[in-house]
Design a binder for this molecule. Sequence first.
Ligand code: BTN
Length: 251
Amino acid sequence: MEPLGGLECLGSVTSTNDVLRERARAGAPEWTALIAEVQTAGRGREGRSWRSPPGDLFLSILLRPVLGPEALLALPLLAGVAVAEASASFGASARLKWPNDVMVGERKLGGVLVEAASSGGRVDFVVVGIGLNLVAEAGEIATELRTFTTSLSAETGRSVAALDAARAVLARMSLWYDRLAREGPASVLGAWRSVSVPWWGERVEVISSGTRVEGMAHGIDESGALLLLKDDGVTLRVLSGDARALRRVSG
Ligand code: BTN
């Protein structure tokens, strides 16, 4: 364990989010941040696991937000913006697929898992977990992975150290967090829209807590929910889930 200007570097952990949650319960201050070399039980959104081989970034950041409900709902999008901008600062043309999948084209470069702890109706703390693929994996599994995922090294030809990537993400997070506190969610949502995958007007499907819905994506609302116009004309606000564009088959 090596403290590094507020950013702690750990070796092998189950999940950086779990380690940081324990620290938060023990009173760790806001902006406590840690990275790990490897995670043995890395977690993704929607109950998925997160592949966590050495060389990639596994970062968790503790926030103790004193924000209204709308601003709180913007945190997952804010974290996505921070990761997309940090990735761009290393030369990757990253965009965000709702809510916060960091994509280059059709391939996933990184992801964000935001977990909140509340009591008595108020949020005690939020752990923002960020996974960013820095290195291209070798071996048999790599061929299959390359269909769906990419890495900063594959996209830019540069090798980026986890510590440098973490610092870049933290810098963008802190900037956007300040703006969120000062200006409310509008500026964060604007930034999110400007780096989002431009699929508005396209048919998408969303799997949310095991349920599938389909419709035409026509934006996000002021709380970051995906607006999906269903075939029956009803617009659905989807608060969380995994979305993908349904490509029309031509010919
Ligand atoms: C996703 O499914 O897209 C979100 C992936 C989030 C992975 C990161 S890695 C650091 C932190 N620790 C975890 O166990 N998960 C998050």
